[in-house]
Design a protein around this ligand. Structure first.
Ligand SMILES: [Zn+2]
Length: 266
């Protein structure tokens, strides 16, 4: 299932997934006002020397997508497996310190937007349309193998969601073509999938001990293990490393970059 790409009247380019019934967006670099290494639609205040540029990027993003980017929960991402269930009391004012660390957010509150930031890591949006419960999850390899998707689904189920009626969108991220990892990473992926890792990685030719890993597909496989129907999981083909004009890639830029975001709201 292919993602749809939208170009808003104000120039903001974003993607949506066919599986997610509620308002959502995976952003690109295109359509923002930031400059320098953050040129484009950078959504991270702490990566941008000009706060006003980021504020304007959020305004444009809200205008383009209809998501209320002024009423949003954010978190300080730390590559762990903590998922926080949030309400309107957690709505974060852009430019103020984020009061907690987590790599996933869950809510059932209409109008409160959730966001996770990425620049190679895998962004995953989850949505149980039936019960009205959503999640935004930052799935780098460390969070993935710590089973953050299992933690997020548990948090969603505590609000009345069911895996069988949950849909998922796995967004643009560094893909198998470019995601070279060491043996300890593929071992951790194999362990977290209970050994069901066939086809997810292959040795990097001529580079002993290195592998190319499909972390998007690993996360999709974990979701099916958790009970999310395979036909309710959409996976973006876009590789952040292969498309440096469209997305930020931490590896491609050697860390001199902004952040794109994955957003969802009820
Ligand atoms: Zn690539």
């Amino acid at each position: 299932m292919n993602f749809a790409e939208h170009t808003a009247q104000n120039g903001v380019v974003y993607l949506t997934a066919p599986t997610i019934a509620r308002r959502h967006a995976f952003t690109t670099r295109i359509g923002g006002v930031s400059t320098g290494d953050q040129a484009g639609l950078n959504l991270s205040v702490n990566k941008d020397p000009v706060f006003a540029h980021v504020a304007e990027n959020y305004r444009r993003l809200g205008e383009a997508t209809g998501i209320d980017t002024g009423h949003m929960a954010r978190t300080k991402q730390v590559h762990g497996a903590v998922v926080r269930t949030v309400t309107g009391a957690d709505a974060h004012v852009l430019g103020t310190p984020v009061p907690y660390e987590a790599d996933g957010l869950v809510t059932n509150e209409p109008g409160l937007a959730l966001i996770c930031y990425t620049a190679d890591c895998v962004p995953v949006l989850l949505c149980d349309d039936r019960s009205g419960v959503i999640a935004a999850v930052h799935c780098g390899w460390r969070s993935s193998v710590a089973d953050i998707l299992g933690v997020a689904l548990d948090a969603m189920c505590a609000l009345g969601a069911l895996p069988a009626t949950t849909a998922a969108a796995i967004g643009p991220a560094i893909s198998r073509c470019c995601f070279e990892v060491g043996g300890e990473v593929v071992e951790a992926v194999d362990a977290y999938l209970g050994g069901d890792s066939a086809g997810l990685y292959a040795p990097a030719e001529g580079r002993e001990g290195k592998y190319f890993l499909d972390l998007k597909a690993a996360n999709a496989r974990r979701l099916t293990q958790l009970g999310v129907p395979a036909d309710a999981i959409a996976v973006s083909d876009d590789c952040t490393f292969c498309l440096p004009d469209k997305y930020w890639s931490h590896r491609y830029t050697h860390g001199r970059r902004g952040n794109q975001g994955a957003l969802i709201s009820l």
